[in-house]
Design a protein around this ligand. Structure first.
Ligand code: ZN
Length: 335
């Protein structure tokens, strides 16, 4: 795409023992052989960077572009850019992902960790019938949780709830969580790779080894004040209440069903769901905005997009002109 104003990105793919092949089937991505669990679709993280395939910085990794042209992202010229503030992934869990928890920024700083803390959230793209997900745990304090872990009482300890496409979950630091088999989701998070694994279902890899657990660290960072949810936030239903009825058939949203709802607002970033049927204009206020196309096809500011496209509107772009039949997730840094 010549003369693109938006930064179009190509994902970095990560093989994982619990991954599948849906990233290829659902999005047409060219993925490596074997089980692939993660597409890092907007990433400047050294563990796997997205690459610019059209627009400013064409051919660079996102990290290189961030370092060399920080003004594109609203960082004043001459100012030293810190770490790129977001990390967005698509997760394809063909098998259960390990039970884990992330620290907050204060813990990461106090323990001089190489990465910061992590606010994370999930927009569910697909879920097989009967699929479940783990968000939160049931113990009141660290002694109770430690006892349950020691006795292997995982079903009592974990808050396992049903999951469906269109659900949204906020995973604050200190929330015990796991994606389980049969779910694909878009994950928006702080760019941290620090994960404390509580349990890995006693799985072994192809060489017969289990993966490392970090129970002591995990117990230090679990936030016992967080109330475990009974279900996700029903984003599509919330949009329907706002806009009038929407069929849940893919792309059958009725006439003129365009709208936006806020999914997440934490100290680090915001996430909005946009539904477009026809043409809409969405003004932008953040220094830059990441756009993930989760359904449909059309154009953004005249540039073709389709399900699986991920782009960044740089600081100079102050509105998105969205046209087509599209569902987009917009993620933007705060403060
Ligand atoms: Zn996580």
């Amino acid at each position: 795409m010549r003369n693109a104003n938006l930064i179009h990105l190509e994902p970095f793919f990560k093989e994982t023992i619990w991954g599948g092949r849906l990233l290829e089937r659902e999005f047409g991505y060219q993925i490596p052989d074997g089980p692939v669990g993660e597409a890092w679709v907007v990433s400047a993280h050294p563990h796997g960077e997205s690459r610019v395939v059209a627009g400013p910085g064409d051919g660079m990794t996102l990290g290189e572009l961030w370092q060399s042209q920080p003004e594109l992202f609203g960082v004043p010229k001459g100012a030293m850019p810190e770490r790129f503030p977001l990390l967005i992934k698509i997760i394809d869990a063909a098998e259960d992902v390990s039970i884990q928890v992330h620290p907050d920024d204060a813990y990461a700083k106090a323990h001089a960790l190489e990465d910061g803390g992590k606010y994370e959230c999930w927009y569910i793209l697909e879920a097989e019938p009967g699929a479940t997900i783990i968000v939160g745990q049931t113990a009141r304090d660290v002694e109770e949780l430690a006892g349950r872990i020691e006795r292997g009482e995982w079903s009592e300890a974990l808050n396992e709830i049903p999951v469906a496409a269109g659900d949204f979950f906020a995973i604050a630091p200190g929330t015990v969580h796991a994606v389980k088999a049969g779910t694909m989701l878009l994950e928006i998070q702080q760019p941290s790779d620090i994960t404390y694994r509580l349990y890995d279902y006693d799985r072994v890899d192809s060489t017969g080894r289990t993966r490392e657990l970090h129970v002591a660290r995990a117990l230090e960072v679990v936030d016992f004040s967080l109330e475990p949810p009974t279900q996700g936030f029903k984003a599509h239903e919330a949009m329907a209440r706002k806009m009038g009825p929407i069929s849940e058939e893919p792309l059958l949203w009725g006439r003129h069903q365009s709208g936006i709802i806020r999914l997440e607002e934490n100290p680090r970033f915001t996430v909005d769901l946009v539904q477009a049927m026809g043409a809409i204009t969405h003004p932008l206020s953040a220094p830059f905005t990441c756009v993930s196309v989760v359904e449909g096809m059309g154009s953004v500011n005249g540039e073709d997009v389709r399900k699986g496209s991920h782009l960044i509107a740089p600081a100079s772009v102050r509105a998105l002109e969205i046209e087509g039949t599209l569902r987009l997730v917009l993620s933007a840094p705060r403060g």
